[in-house]
Design a protein around this ligand. Structure first.
Ligand SMILES: [Zn+2]
Length: 111
């Protein structure tokens, strides 16, 4: 999608520090990390948020996160997956993305 920051990262028009890529998904380091390890995972296909992403893309992104976190043993120190929806939910880039945060003691958040 034109003028979408994450579509431009996906296409390589804007550089990123990629940590994962397959035909449908990329994972890259957040430029403003909020944890020792902070990655963003997106489907290459544009959608606005988790309520608008198609089921196939959703499974592809979550499968990629699972593959990445298993391969890099993020489970050892714990991690969380977060997605924000709309401005009031803290979303700042309107291309569905999932934060993967880990690598240190995370502040307790809910149950
Ligand atoms: Zn996009």
């Amino acid at each position: 999608m034109k003028d979408c920051l994450f579509c431009k990262i996906s296409s390589g028009d804007i550089p990123s520090e990629k940590v994962f890529e397959n035909d449908d998904v990329i994972g890259f380091k957040d430029i403003a990390p909020m944890a020792k390890e902070h990655y963003l995972f997106i489907a290459k296909k544009h959608s606005k948020n988790i309520n608008e992403i198609d089921e196939k893309s959703l499974v592809q992104v979550y499968s990629a996160i699972k593959e990445f976190t298993q391969k890099n043993n993020l489970e050892q120190n714990g991690f969380r997956v977060v997605t924000n929806v709309n401005e009031h939910g803290g979303q700042t880039v309107f291309h569905t993305h999932f934060h993967v945060l880990g690598g240190e003691q995370l502040k307790r958040f809910g149950a």
